[in-house]
Design a protein around this ligand. Sequence first.
Ligand SMILES: [Mg+2]
Length: 159
Amino acid sequence: MEFRAAVFDADRTLWDHYNISELVEPMKVSGDVLVDGTGNKVNLYPRVRETLSALREKGIILGLATWNVESITKRVLELFRLKFDIIISREYPYKFLMLSEFLLKAKRMGVEIRPEEVLYIDDRRDHFGYIWFHLGKVKCVEMWKEINDYSEILKIVNV
Ligand SMILES: [Mg+2]
């Protein structure tokens, strides 16, 4: 399988916090740890940076699909200096809608991607059935169950 895009969930997939929409300013980042105004901590998981870089180097389009307030998502990504080509941050939990939006945005950027060319990584497998039903054969991987380390993502896409 040739993958052309990798789309990530955020909370508990990229970092250990379960809901970054709760974070308040001022937020500060030191290395892979973000601390917000009330002392809430967000730890980026190991090898996230290296994995995203390796995928990007191979020409894989990087997407984010997260149930969070968009301004906060963008702020956290900015502070961590994480870059995604397409960010879908919506205040509803429907990942299949976010993935449709991702495919549409890619198309508008001139990249037509078929569902089977998308790798989707999420710590919650309950989204996967809806994704398969509405979009088709997206390759969905349950983070921390099917794989336990970011380096395994590179094996899946053969990078
Ligand atoms: Mg999650």
